[in-house]
Design a protein around this ligand. Sequence first.
Ligand code: CAA
Length: 257
Amino acid sequence: MEYEHILVERDGPVGVITLNRPRVLNALSPELIAELGHALDRLDADPGVGAAVLTGGEKVFAAGADIADMAERTAVDQLLRDQTGRWQAVTAFTKPLVAAVNGYALGGGCELALMCDLIVAGDTARFGQPEINLGIIPGAGGTQRWPRTVGKYVAMEINLLGQPIDARRAYRLGLVNRVVPAEVTVAVAVDLARQLAARAPLALRLAKEAVNRALETPLSEGLAAERKSFYFLFATEDQKEGMRAFLEKRRPEFKGR
Ligand code: CAA
């Protein structure tokens, strides 16, 4: 399928998706989100892909949901379209997803970055939830993922004041994994994704699932689920290969089986 609002490329085992509506700072229209979901589903189903990078390119990640598209909608329109509900395709992606963020990641753009598993920020990155300035609140996870990531008080500031924070502050708060010069953000994210793609695919998938579960369940349930996944991995060829390779002092060759 040819896409109109995103670009999809392959860099070895890494799928790279670039949001591509530069004239409106990659505003997230329903069409763009539909294409993103479609592309992620395809990368998820492709056994040659081990991880993916999501970026907006060198200048901007995304300035949020498309305000022109939303301005005159009614509550009923919004409910029936369930626009942000459709973003679940992003969290349904089972492989590691690395965000490469330069410039603005605002509103839905910030929420999209927060749906990723790791975030590489260029030194120009700005993260924020300015929805309050439009008379609304975030609708794709901003009020939920910020407090789970940075705690209540910073989350209140971000969601109630609506002013963005820069890459350094985001790094200090634990929101981003690396801060790098903006020219190399995508390259660093691809390198990180390539390292992830070299890991055992089933272990990666279950590790991602387990960490995400930690944000949703009481500790005892999370620990029980972790144990089951841990035991399950002993049914995989990759566990045998990984442990034998260690004992034989060679690099493992994982197959995802
Ligand atoms: N939706 C639609 N169009 C947008 C947009 C958005 N979110 N953000 C920027 N644009 C458009 C602008 O209208 C402008 O178009 P024109 O050239 O046709 O006038 C173009 O992109 C360039 O933008 P600016 O001229 O404003 O660029 P700037 O550098 O002066 O400012 C900015 C950049 C601070 C990001 C500013 O564009 C801005 O504040 N954008 C809106 C940010 C925002 O409020 N996002 C939240 C949206 S609501 C949401 O996301 C809900 C949710 O939770 C899902």
